[in-house]
Design a protein around this ligand. Structure first.
Ligand SMILES: Cc1cc2nc3c(=O)[nH]c(=O)nc-3n(C[C@H](O)[C@H](O)[C@H](O)COP(=O)(O)O)c2cc1C
Length: 369
């Protein structure tokens, strides 16, 4: 039985344990540039013992930002401050990961705490409020707090975003990241293409399953060319839309096989009904695990999931370990638990009798042994 504290080797990269910090937008950048906040935010989770630290959704083009506070990677200027972070994470034993994305029709929002509902992203900003033009496969608005109608992307728009992902991957490598995740969930651009709810195109990028997944597959192909063979590549996708007539688990399985064929090593299921309003999501502890496991049983690919904590009982080490030990998942992603408790991996190692598998930095360990 595999244990939570057993290393995971993916290609030539070894994670010291199966605990990943889930990507979490901080909305604290200017012009997409990483700063001291990002260094401390991510660095403290490396010190805390996570095997993998995935930096938040990082926009491959300025129009792909959810808000003006998003991190970006659309210019060479972004590389240096990111390299400072990857260097720190590596020194402290965590594999530095990055998530690349484009928010599609959900871009151009306020900062979450400036106009959004509690615990939700911000509201759409109009052009005269500091917003920018938004794009999507079809000119269909999301609704709710994001009512703006996106521009239907032309083939030139599609090609330019594909190239932005390719250059983003190149810069991510130059900045020292060792794990790359494409953000194909949350109802952002990739999901807007593969979901029939948001994609009503009549060209080669819409209609059939093959056409709706084309954009993601083409990006993966370009990114895999840039991203060294020795380094892991993953996709966070939504295993289903939870909307009648929407994207299904069967399609997600088929897509996962095609992604695997293109060199994707790990699929992370993050389906929470974010592609359109009205989704019926079976929320509950570990609700994402069953679909991730189904993908794993159908396709020879590593799988991960997040949302594993229990609102009443917190993040229980035994339960998290069980997800790995039972073969449900290969890697767990923790989000909010690590926000309040960067040392969860240390505490979990103690609770599971695995303290020999984890170490504190010498600056701390010397006084605590
Ligand atoms: C503040 C915050 C920001 C988030 N930003 C991102 C993000 O940038 N990319 C992403 O894929 N998911 C994002 N998420 C989702 C988390 O990565 C994670 O999947 C989710 O919170 C469920 O896991 P948890 O219950 O352990 O928090 C965010 C969540 C939070 C709380």
């Amino acid at each position: 039985m595999t244990h939570l504290f057993e290393p995971l080797k993916i290609r030539e990269v070894t994670l010291r344990n199966r605990i990943g910090m889930s990507p979490m937008c901080q909305y604290w950048a200017e012009d997409g540039l990483a700063n001291d906040w990002h260094l401390v935010h991510l660095g403290s989770r490396a010190i805390g013992g996570a095997g993998l630290v995935v930096m938040e959704d990082t926009a491959v083009s300025p129009d792909g930002r959810i808000s003006s506070g998003d991190l970006g990677i659309w210019s060479d200027e972004h590389i240096k401050p990111l390299a400072r972070i990857t260097n720190f994470l590596s020194i402290h034993g965590a594999v530095p990961g990055i998530q690349l994305g484009h928010a599609g029709r959900k871009a151009s929002c306020s900062l979450p705490w400036e106009g959004g509902k509690p615990r939700s992203e911000g509201r759409h900003l109009e052009l005269d409020e500091g917003g920018w033009e938004i794009f999507a496969p079809s000119a269909i608005p999301f609704g709710d707090e994001r009512p703006r109608i996106p521009k239907e992307m032309t083939i030139e728009d599609i090609n330019s975003i594909k190239e932005a992902f390719q250059y983003g991957a190149r810069r991510a490598y130059q900045a020292g990241f060792k794990f790359l995740m494409l953000h194909a969930s949350h109802g952002y651009l990739f999901q807007e293409f593969y979901s029939p709810i948001t994609n009503h195109r009549n060209d080669q990028y819409g209609g059939s399953f093959e056409n709706r997944i084309r954009f993601l597959l083409e990006v993966v192909r370009l990114v895999r060319q840039e991203w060294p063979e020795t380094l892991p590549l993953s996709v966070r996708l939504a295993a289903q839309d939870y909307i009648e007539g929407g994207w299904t688990l069967e399609e997600a399985i088929q897509l996962s096989q095609l992604l695997k064929n293109e060199g994707i090593d790990l699929i992370d299921n993050m389906a929470f009904g974010a592609v359109a309003t009205g989704a019926k999501v079976p929320f509950g502890r570990a609700f994402l695990v069953a679909d991730a496991t189904t993908i794993k049983q159908s396709v020879e690919v590593l799988v991960a999931a997040s949302a594993l904590s229990d609102p009443d009982n917190g993040t229980q080490p035994e339960f998290i370990n069980e997800q790995i030990a039972s073969g449900n998942l290969d890697l767990v992603f923790l989000g909010r638990e690590l926000l309040v408790n960067p040392y969860w991996p240390q505490q979990a190692a103690k609770a599971l009798g695995q303290t020999d598998k984890i170490s504190l930095p010498v600056q701390y360990a010397h006084w605590l042994k």
